[in-house]
Design a binder for this molecule. Structure first.
Ligand code: E4P
Length: 214
């Protein structure tokens, strides 16, 4: 399973990249707004650090506007993936970009039928938002299970990119279901490295080491 980080914070990206964990990056307008920086500057800096796919989201909602933004992003670096909202105009954009050989990540997916349409349009990635579904007392991972099954049934090559991840169990369940990618906030990636028995074990080893004659 590939690990992406869901952030526009360059310091977070550098730290996770140094651990050898990073296969790619997803950003969105809310994450970029938190940085207080210009999107293009952030995007270029991220692409200098990460060679894998870096998702850049369009903010227009009409076909021509989205396509214009997509072409501008795609011209910046070859590893930029165009993030497009799952709306009818967005599917048209995905079809056009796919025909041009430009990779896409279809975002804000909340149903199996939406995921099916994105695959038919030729999306490179589909992003089901599991945490936001959990937030409204439904089961986000059930959506991932359905998408994985549907894609397998018909041999779609669109990769399932589990998004809106809230904690380690989303990662475990995504891996069990065979999702291709999970994109995690920095905090969740850190949580994945932690176990209380590791800390207790390390503390004991270090204490015992003090008794060893040097
Ligand atoms: C996905 O690509 C989105 O950037 C992200 O996962 C949304 O997560 P949120 O629901 O925590 O905002």
């Amino acid at each position: 399973m590939k690990f992406f980080i869901d952030t526009a914070d360059v310091a977070e990206i550098k730290e996770v990249n140094a651990m050898g964990l990073l296969d790619g990056v997803t950003t969105n307008p809310s994450l970029v707004a938190k940085t207080g920086r210009k999107f293009k500057d952030v995007l270029l800096e991220i692409c200098d650090i990460v060679k894998g796919p870096v998702s850049a989201e369009v903010t227009s909602t009409d076909y021509a506007g989205m396509l214009k933004e997509a072409h501008e992003f795609a011209a910046l670096r070859t590893n930029i993936v165009i993030k497009v909202p799952l709306i009818p105009e967005g599917l048209k954009v995905v079809k056009t970009l796919t025909g041009e050989g430009i990779k896409t990540n279809v975002t804000l997916c909340f149903s199996p039928t939406q995921a099916l349409l994105a695959a038919k349009a030729g999306a490179t990635y589909i992003s089901p938002f599991v945490g936001r579904i959990d937030d409204i007392a439904d089961a986000g991972m059930d959506l991932v299970a359905k998408i994985c099954k549907i894609y397998r049934n018909y041999g779609y090559t669109t990769e399932v990119l589990v998004a809106s991840v809230r904690g380690p169990m989303h990662v475990v369940e995504a891996a069990e279901l065979g999702a291709h990618v999970v994109t995690c906030p920095f905090g969740v990636l850190k949580q994945l490295t932690q176990h209380p028995l590791t800390d207790i074990g390390l503390a004991k080893f270090l204490k015992d080491w003090e008794k060893v004659p040097k």
